[in-house]
Write a protein that binds this ligand. Structure first.
Ligand code: AGP
Length: 609
């Protein structure tokens, strides 16, 4: 996720900005920049790469002024480069903006601004902001920013400078955090608390729709209509390390709780406002090329491959194209039967997994079109694929993937709907129903997260467990695979996932007294079948934890414990059913004293075979 720092006071701004950005480095970034205001001039320096690259550009030529903003960029729209780095400026060079989030309607704004003779120098969504401020500025920066906020859709944490108002920062937030630091005669603004802790622990936490105006004289907070509102000081009592985790005990828990926003940022700009269709501009295939696809091979490792299993299910259902899911380390050595009519879908959070990258190259060698789903702009996979659907989950620090996985699922649904709408294989009614419900999913994920304490209580019963089994049918089986991996990789319990109907062909021999079996039963068309599989394990004294939609009253008669998830279209169930399994794995790992964020033997990105 990007980092933002701003300062107004009586100290030289640049060293403070760089120091603050360094406190945000853990969030991951690929470029950085600063802008400072001097009497009558605005100076901007920015560079692709780490802060060291920026510092070597700054040298000692930067003005020793006391007002400025800084930014570390995690690329979403536009590759990592000098010109895509923030701050971005307007045509006059008098206005500078730094921004976190996604301006969903940036293309139409860019078009309108170009019509107003604005010239753009980057590929970013952010650059529309300084040009909009320029368009609306009539001598009052705060007013201009308010007018801009009325034009933009999406998520933002933004800070704006204007050369003609040299002692002022104007900041606004919606769906992307911003915090004001209250010093003694000096004021800070940052995207995250760690950037402030060297200077103050007194803060204002901005809420959505609020605008902050910082000058040496103090801080004014207004609502979206410009009405001044009183703010409660939030005294930060966290340690610096805790602050990096946003107050959560571990990055994994923070990332689990970031999932509603990660989903919203990944799907919102790709779903038509009237729910009629999916918008995937990043897929360069023509309708003719899409109609020529004869089969799809989804290739990935670990969690990403389990997202691919959901993808298989939904693409076959909606686009009516045969799909196989291959483990990347197998794919590259099995002499895969590929033709130019095969679409290869590569899924990789990091975009650097060696086996997955090798599989991509194998596909290209065979003349296949490659579509990548990745979370890292500029990663090797993103550079070598023909098309890339980015998940906008932000950097994932914990080794165990959570928000990246759930946004990979979202990408699978978007791709399935898109291919189906182009090939005419998905009915308009079903498409609208699914698209409308996709927009409800982030809120339903939040509801599950609000019930986390119940799952924490359940996890206490796993402390001495040696083996655990996850079972399900259809989409529930695909999610069981991910639930099983989550549990084993961070709690070290031996866990296995099985198609529910497959247990009796051998594995049932392992089901004995009190062995936990987590049974997913969201697929109503398969519910009775799954229930009979639950009876099979109950008959062997297993401890059954069932998962169903709210309102299902049958499961409690068959299970020792029931996990209820909000009702949704059963087709979209994986986007919800995985969340309790992530929380369960997290709390069991905690109860067993394991290293949640850095489990033994594992790396975040496996860049070796
Ligand atoms: C998942 O929790 C693991 N960290 C691991 O399975 C991971 O998903 C796998 O190594 C693939 O990584 P990638 O998505 O970066 O390619």
């Amino acid at each position: 996720m990007c980092g933002i720092v701003g300062y107004v006071g009586d100290k030289t701004a640049v060293p403070l900005l760089v120091e603050g950005l360094k406190k945000l480095e853990y969030r991951g970034y690929d470029s950085a920049g600063v802008a400072v205001l001097d009497e009558g001039s605005l100076t901007v320096k920015k560079s692709v790469g780490k802060l060291a690259a920026l510092e070597s550009k700054l040298g000692d030529e930067m003005p020793q002024t006391t007002v400025g903003i800084g930014h570390t960029r995690w690329a979403t729209h536009g590759r990592p480069s000098d010109r895509n780095s923030h701050p971005h400026t307007d045509c006059t060079g008098k206005i500078a903006v730094v921004h976190n989030g996604i301006i969903e309607n940036y293309l139409e704004l860019r078009e309108w601004l170009s019509g107003q003779e604005h010239a753009f120098s980057s590929e970013t969504d952010t650059e529309v902001l300084p040009h909009l401020v320029e368009e609306f500025y009539t001598g009052n920066l705060e007013e201009a920013v308010h007018r801009v906020l009325g034009m933009v859709k999406g998520s933002y944490a933004m800070v704006v400078l204007h050369q003609d108002e040299p002692d002022k920062l104007v900041a606004a937030r919606k769906d992307s955090p911003l915090v004001v630091g209250l010093g003694d005669g000096e004021y800070f603004i940052a995207s995250d608390i760690p950037a402030l802790l060297n200077h103050t622990r007194k803060t204002y936490i901005l809420n959505d729709g609020e605008v902050a105006v910082l000058t040496r004289q103090g801080v004014k907070i207004t609502d979206s209509k410009g009405n001044v509102i009183p703010k409660q000081v939030f005294q930060v009592n966290w340690s610096a390390e805790a602050a990096e985790k946003g107050g959560y005990d571990h990055f994994m828990l923070k990332e689990i709780h970031e999932q509603p926003r990660a989903l919203r940022e990944t799907i919102s700009s790709r779903l038509a406002a009237d729910n009629t269709h999916v918008i995937l501009r990043e897929v360069g295939m023509t309708a003719e090329e899409i109609n020529k696809i004869r089969n799809i091979r989804i290739v990935a490792c670990g969690t990403a491959s389990y997202a691919g299993m959901v993808g298989k299910n939904v693409i076959e259902k909606l686009a009516r194209i045969p799909v196989e899911v291959d483990i990347a380390s197998e794919f590259r050595y099995c002499d895969p039967l590929l033709t130019p009519e095969t679409l290869v879908v590569i899924i990789s959070q990091s975009g650097e997994t060696a086996d997955t990258l090798a599989a991509l190259r194998e596909a290209k060698k065979n003349g296949c079109r490659v579509l990548a789903v990745t979370n890292v702009v500029g990663s090797s996979v993103s550079r070598e694929a023909d098309d890339v659907i980015y998940t906008w989950a932000g950097p994932e620090i914990a080794v165990a993937s959570t928000k990246a996985y759930i946004t990979q699922l979202a990408a699978m649904y978007l791709l399935a709907l898109y291919l189906g709408q182009v090939r005419g294989t998905v009915g308009q009614e079903l498409a609208q129903e699914l698209i409308a419900e996709l927009k409800n999913i982030p809120g339903k994920v939040q509801r599950i997260l609000d019930g986390a304490p119940l799952i924490r209580d359940l996890s206490q019963t796993f402390t001495d467990v040696e083996d655990a089994f996850f079972i399900g049918r259809g989409l529930d089986y695909a999610v069981s695979m991910e639930g099983s991996l989550k549990l084993k990789e961070i709690s070290y319990i031996h866990a296995e996932a099985y198609a529910a109907g497959e247990l009796k062909h051998g594995t049932l021999a392992l089901i004995v007294d009190k062995v936990p079996v987590i049974a997913l039963a969201t697929q109503e068309s398969l519910f009775e079948k799954t229930l009979s599989n639950i009876q099979e394990v109950r008959a062997r004294d297993a401890k059954v934890i069932g998962m169903v939609f709210e309102g299902n009253n049958q499961m409690k008669k068959s299970a020792d414990y029931v996990l209820y998830i909000p009702r949704t279209h059963q087709f979209l169930a994986p986007l919800l059913s995985v969340v309790p399994l992530q929380l369960l794995a997290y709390y069991v790992s905690l109860a067993r004293g394991c290293d949640v964020d850095k489990p033994r033997n594992l790396a975040k990105s496996v860049t070796v075979e």
